[in-house]
Design a protein around this ligand. Structure first.
Ligand code: OGA
Ligand code: MN
Length: 294
């Protein structure tokens, strides 16, 4: 019998999962339950996990193909699988509020779905928290599935056939200039606005900060619709905020959730979290370049 205990965090989505050590050999039955829980709860928090980068990467591979971290890949062509979230360097040095990397990461305070700007967006992101601020630094999650479920029928019909251009340079250049090689590696891509979970048939829409425009619509009409959908998804009844504890191992489903950082005082606190992502299985209908530009 399974040892996994799954306790829902919120009516709409999210669960706390105990009774499994993700750093060890995860039994196929437990892995199956975790996969089912991802489909059902979208956000899974496993407290008190004993983790290392090697163990995290091994677990990531159990869920699928690890995604190359796009900043390093874009700038240098080197494939690495980890992103550091927070303000602590590999050598342990802390970066403060004025640091360029801290500033760059404020872009994560815009609601987004990780890698929605890639031709193949990510399935899940996986974060292990090593050091967390004593105050602030929570991550908020919003369910576009729960928001889709309560959309007025007429809006559902409007959005059903639409596509959306997602563009990293569009979303991030207002925060900080995007390195030219990085920008060149991420041309705009197009995805369906409405997605469906293949396992349970539940639908959601798919927007966020990287969502730039709707092909065939004027800029202003695109903006109005995308902003309206974002606003609906981020109402309190569709949001779960996770206050990190050291040892938390969190998996979220980028196919249907948005998330954002809520900020913290980097001069005062250390925050060190390591992130991996798993490649999704849905390719955007039109790859990047001029063809994707409406
Ligand atoms: C992320 C992210 C926001 C935060 O890890 O992908 O967007 O909490 N994090 O800093
Ligand atoms: Mn993110």
């Amino acid at each position: 019998m399974s040892q996994l205990r799954i306790e829902p965090l919120h009516e709409a989505f999210g669960a706390r999962v105990t009774g499994v050590a993700l750093s060890g050999d995860v039994a196929p039955s437990a892995l199956g339950e975790i996969r089912d829980a991802i489909d059902r709860y979208s956000l899974l928090c496993f407290p008190d996990q004993d983790m290392t980068d090697d163990k995290q990467l091994a677990f990531t591979r159990l869920l699928g193909e690890p995604e190359a971290e796009h900043v390093t890949f874009g700038k240098t062509g080197e494939v690495t699988f980890f992103g550091t979230v927070g303000n602590v360097e590999d050598d342990g040095t802390k970066r403060g509020n004025a640091d360029a990397s801290t500033h760059y990461q404020t872009g994560n305070q815009l609601w987004h779905s990780d890698s929605s700007f890639r031709e193949v967006p990510s399935f899940v992101s996986i974060v292990h928290a090593y050091e967390v601020p004593g105050e602030g630094g929570a991550t908020a999650f919003a369910s576009m599935r729960s928001a889709y479920a309560v959309l007025p029928d007429v809006l559902r019909e409007t959005i059903d056939p639409l596509h959306v251009v997602h563009d990293y340079v569009f979303s991030r250049s207002p925060i900080a200039p995007v390195d030219p090689n990085h920008a060149a590696s991420l041309p705009p891509v197009m995805h369906r606005l409405v997605r469906e979970n293949p396992s349970n048939g539940l639908k959601n829409y798919y927007v966020g900060s990287h969502a730039r425009s709707i092909p065939g619509w004027s800029g202003i009409d695109s903006r109005r619709l995308l902003d309206d959908l974002l606003d609906r998804a981020t109402q309190p009844q569709h949001v779960v905020t996770h206050q990190w504890q050291a040892g938390d191992f969190v998996i979220w489903d980028n196919r249907c959730l948005l998330h954002r950082g809520t900020g913290y005082d980097a001069d005062r606190w250390r925050r060190r979290m390591r992130q991996t992502r798993v490649v999704g299985d849905e390719r955007g209908v039109v790859p990047g370049g001029a063809a994707a530009r409406p």
